[in-house]
Ligand binder design. Structure first.
Ligand code: ADP
Ligand code: SF4
Length: 699
């Protein structure tokens, strides 16, 4: 296939100081949950992006000194020779594909709690960052940096830059964003200093300028020096000589950096979920940067459309198309555009499960790309599967995310695939969930798989086909896969935090009822102890249909788990905008058709709420009826030649869509393999190779 010539501009090289990016696709630094304890996992994860055409591939935040640690969140380090060697694995891997490797050197300042070192965090003026996220909260307040502390950080940055050069990086960052140390100097709320580092914008940027200058001296013209800076707050502040302080910062630092990597100030605005924010949402904040500097500018915006990317370049917003999530969902996005295969892009759905991985402290997981993080430990490639040794006939019952992913993977292996679903459309749970407020982009999970399945031979797809045991025996596949999903129950929740008992009344609904179009009448109370998006999204959905809705949860916040995906504040905002009252820390204990009885989780004190219907968004159970019949009739299955029955996705264990896709992919890869495939265990590098040690010692 040939590329659309409109996209040629995306494949132009871009000079960044002393180095040249081979194209405009720039994987900006992003958290991967892969610390130096997982150097091979990390190298393979980043290498896959270089192989897929990203011209620049960066690390995540990389601490320059033990005086800054983000424990227990996963962060990388560049403290010693072992760390250099660990990072060198990644740079060598990226260079194998002709891409540049960048490193985001980082000092967390007062935004980290130094739980490992127990050193008081450093900060310009001792102002703490008071996180409300349980995982981020701490109770060790920062100390004020004196001049010798500033000199120390500058020295650590210079040493970090030298180590980065030794590790083979081409682009070395100074990080002044997202609440971390450099950023704290920029904002007067954090920076109350009265010396030359505080006061005017010229003074507040001094520390960042010095960080850039020591970095440049350290790398000695071998590496480009990049500034990553958050501009949201500064853009909102009028400048003295320019329109805003953000304008002034770029103008004042233009000669000190080779590249500007510009972003928002907090994770929820920088990396916002598609449920509440569209593609290209940073533009109103960063659109001015290119006018203030002749240095290349990179920014992000969950770009997956080549037309949007070209528009960003042509309109003079960006020089380099930054990608974090789009590069996780599809490491081969650039090559697919280059080769005229735009339809094959596995577009990021903006669900932020990847971000939740970092909050969970584990390697990155992705809803769209089940191979993310599995490149080394399971040997999975996002675009290639091992061809089947023998083409076999596979029947998949259920066409939701897990069934479709299994079908696609098995068809790529060369199997003869039949997939059937009882419903009128493909996508299982997503056929309804995509219609909920803000969730339309999630259907890319289905669109991508249907698009790819359409291109493959030996695939038969049947809708409106509920299959029972006799149908299965008649079809007589070699292998049977059950992807039949899960059902919501009417279970309640106990003060011991376990689903218990059941509430029965004709006006008790589950999400399955709503999905089937059975809508309650009159005021409805949504009782949510699932805690992810569904309860909040359904409350919004019912309110949008004109129903009076109230929301109750035993958790401390609405959709409490969405703190992990950066959505929680926006969920609350959305519920408030729809005038849905939120009652937290209460259990539902009774309902008589007119009144719901709630009990406070700690005291048991009861309150009554008037409502005519209740929607319980609580516990799901695998849809197991078919499986149970199959278990009874194993002899018939054997007689029909069905060699294996595998259960995947929600039918195996209900969970987020990411888990269902991963489950389908894993089961297909493991078909025909003896025994269970465990993943390979990575180990930290603790013993440097002498050759490398010399290279560093020669600095
Ligand atoms: P997952 O997330 O694991 O893919 P879903 O609930 O999204 O699960 O999808 C399960 C799909 O399986 C639904 O579309 C449902 O209609 C379908 N299904 C369940 N039982 C049968 C059956 N016996 N025959 C055909 N389709 C079925
Ligand atoms: Fe995109 Fe979701 Fe994958 Fe993150 S997890 S890269 S938001 S599809």
């Amino acid at each position: 296939m040939t590329r659309d010539s409109r996209y040629d501009v995306l494949f132009e090289p871009v000079r960044i100081g002393p180095v040249t990016a081979p194209n405009r696709f720039y994987q900006v630094p992003h958290a991967s949950g892969m610390t130096n304890a997982l150097p091979r996992v990390r190298a393979a994860f980043r290498e896959t992006k270089a192989e897929g055409g990203w011209g620049v591939v960066c690390t995540g935040a990389c601490s320059i000194d033990p005086s800054s640690d983000d424990t227990p969140l996963p962060f990388a380090t560049l403290w010693d020779l072992n760390d250099i060697r660990a990072h060198a694995m990644m740079t060598e891997a990226v260079h194998r594909h002709g891409s540049l490797a960048g490193v985001e050197l980082w000092h967390g300042g007062a935004a980290v709690m130094n739980r490992a070192s127990r050193l008081p965090p450093l900060s310009p003026s001792g102002i703490p960052w008071m996180a409300t996220h349980v995982g981020f909260m701490g109770n060790l307040r920062p100390r004020i940096m004196d001049r010798s502390d500033i000199r120390d950080v500058l020295r650590w940055q210079a040493e970090g830059a030298r180590k980065a050069r030794s590790a083979g990086f081409d682009i070395v960052y100074v990080y002044a964003g997202m609440g971390y140390l450099g950023y704290e100097f920029l904002l007067p709320e954090y920076n109350h200093r009265t010396d030359e580092y505080g006061g005017s914008i010229e003074n507040r940027i001094r520390f960042v300028r010095e960080m850039l200058d020591v970095t440049r001296d350290a790398v000695g013209g071998d590496c480009a020096v990049a500034l990553r800076v958050s501009l949201e707050e500064l853009r909102a502040r009028p400048g003295t000589h320019q329109q805003s302080e953000a304008h002034e910062l770029i103008a004042l630092l233009s000669d000190n950096a080779d590249l500007f990597d510009v972003k928002m100030d907090s994770s929820p605005t920088d990396c916002s979920a598609s449920r509440f924010t569209g593609e290209g949402s940073h533009e109103p904040v960063i659109d001015f940067v290119k006018r203030m500097t002749d240095k290349p500018v990179v920014g992000v915006g969950r770009f997956t459309s080549p037309d949007t990317m070209v528009s960003q370049i042509r309109r003079g917003v960006l020089d380099l198309i930054g990608g974090a999530r789009p590069s996780i969902a599809d490491p081969f996005l650039p090559n697919k555009i280059k080769e005229g295969r735009v339809d094959e892009i596995r577009e990021c759905i903006g669900c932020n499960i990847c971000i939740s991985s970092w909050h969970d402290g584990v390697p990155v997981r992705c809803t769209q790309n089940p191979t993310a993080g599995e490149e080394w430990r399971r040997g999975w490639h996002p675009e290639r599967v091992e061809p089947a040794q023998k083409r076999e006939k596979i029947l998949i019952v259920g066409g939701g995310p897990s069934g479709l992913e299994y079908a696609l993977t098995a068809a790529r292996q060369g199997h003869d695939v039949t997939i059937a679903d009882a419903g009128t459309g493909w996508g299982g749970r997503l056929t309804f969930e995509k219609t909920l407020p803000g969730l339309a982009a999630w259907n890319r999970v289905v669109d991508y798989r249907l698009g790819r399945l359409a291109d493959l031979a030996h695939v038969s797809m049947y809708l409106e086909s509920p299959l029972g045991i006799d149908d299965i025996i008649e079809i007589a596949p070699d292998h049977l896969v059950l992807a039949t999903g899960a059902e919501w129950t009417r279970m309640l929740y106990s003060p011991l935090e376990i689903p218990v008992g059941q509430l029965d009344h004709p006006e008790i609904y589950t999400p399955d009822d709503i999905a089937a179009g059975r809508l309650p009448q009159g005021p409805v109370l949504v009782f949510d102890f699932d805690n992810y998006y569904y309860g909040g999204a359904l409350a919004e959905h019912l309110a949008a249909r004109g129903l009076s809705v109230s929301y109750v949860t035993p958790a401390g916040q609405a959709s409490a788990w969405t703190i992990m995906t950066n959505e929680l504040p926006l969920v609350h905002r959305a519920l408030l905008r729809r005038r849905i009252p939120v009652t937290t820390l209460h259990l539902l204990i009774g309902f008589d058709g007119e009144t719901a009885t709630l009990a406070q989780v700690f005291t048991g004190e009861e309150i009554s709420v008037h409502c005519r219907a209740i929607l319980i968004v609580g516990l799901r159970r695998p849809r197991s009826a078919l499986r149970e019949v199959l278990d009874v009739r194993q002899a018939d299955l054997k007689a029909a030649g069905i060699a294996s029955v595998t259960t995947i996705g929600d039918a195996l264990a209900p969970g987020a869509i990411a888990h269902a896709v991963h489950s389908g992919h894993k089961a297909a890869r493991e078909l025909g393999r003896d025994g269970r495939e465990l993943y390979r265990r990575d180990t930290a590098i603790t013993d440097c190779e002498p050759g490398f040690e010399r290279a560093y010692a020669a600095e």
